[in-house]
Ligand binder design. Structure first.
Ligand SMILES: [Zn+2]
Ligand SMILES: [Zn+2]
Ligand SMILES: [Zn+2]
Length: 251
């Protein structure tokens, strides 16, 4: 199994429009962050987590040949607004892509992107995806996917564990019942946003506390803002790294 960080950035991406701060003007390619997403390769299958507004660019950059399933974390624009970019794959493969998420996420998706799931006959759009509501562990291409209930401020969000890896983006609190599902991780990819505290996201200090608690073998901080320069990584404790676009994590 291999996980690739497609996007390591917060909702605005980095650089942020209109900003001339040192990180937004940095020449380090690792400071260029598209919106948060990962792809998991297992066997010949590609499982995409979230459909960011940068999906097209991410899929071209990583040369993703097909997407076999999508997992959604929550319906915020920076995680779902690129969903239509999956249409190119549909033109080639003619497959309806299964899309998994919590009830509240899938209900929001059906409201906002009805044509993706139901098609639109007048426009000649066939359904592109099939909605699946998931709360409990389920099987996908021989792997068990464990949805992890999280809080993103007061809103629910879903993380996913697959084998020894967990992807927990957009969260500010992990309930007790979810902590039990995150024991013995080889890899934890977690929202760490920035240094300054934020109501709806763990900041770096908060994410470090989660790392101390869960003790994964390796931790990768993602969904980063322009407050964070990749070059600051040396300040992080051993075993903790900043994500960057295109980062490959083998398991
Ligand atoms: Zn986000
Ligand atoms: Zn900036
Ligand atoms: Zn969010």
């Amino acid at each position: 199994m291999k996980i690739t960080i497609l996007g390591s950035g917060t909702s605005t991406g980095v650089p942020m429009v209109g900003c001339g701060c040192p990180v937004c003007s940095s020449s380090d390619p690792k400071d260029k962050r598209t919106r948060a997403s990962i792809v998991i390769e297992t066997g010949e299958k590609y499982i995409l987590v979230d459909t960011s507004p940068d999906l097209r660019r991410q899929a071209l950059r990583q040369r993703i040949p097909h997407i076999d399933a999508v997992l959604l974390t929550h319906p915020h624009a920076d995680h779902v607004n690129g969903i239509d970019d999956l249409r190119g794959y549909h033109f080639i493969h003619r497959r309806v892509i299964p899309c998994h998420g919590s009830r509240s996420t899938m209900e929001a998706m059906l409201r906002s992107f009805s044509y993706i799931f139901r098609g639109l006959e007048v426009a000649g759009y066939a359904p592109l995806m099939e909605a699946h509501i998931v709360n409990e562990p389920f099987s996908l291409f021989g792997q068990t996917i464990v949805p992890i209930h999280l809080y993103h401020g007061s809103m629910p969000a879903t993380g996913y564990r697959i084998d020894g890896a967990a992807y927990l983006t957009d969260c500010s609190r992990i309930p007790e019942s979810s902590l039990a599902l995150l024991a013995g991780l080889d890899l934890l990819i977690i929202d760490a946003l920035r240094y300054t505290p934020h109501e709806n996201h763990f900041n770096i200090e908060g994410a470090l506390k989660v790392v101390e608690q869960l003790k994964p073998k390796r931790a990768v901080f993602t969904h980063l803002t322009h407050e964070v320069a990749h070059g600051d990584e040396a300040r992080l404790p051993e075993g903790v790294e900043f994500a960057y676009d295109g980062m490959e994590l083998a398991l």
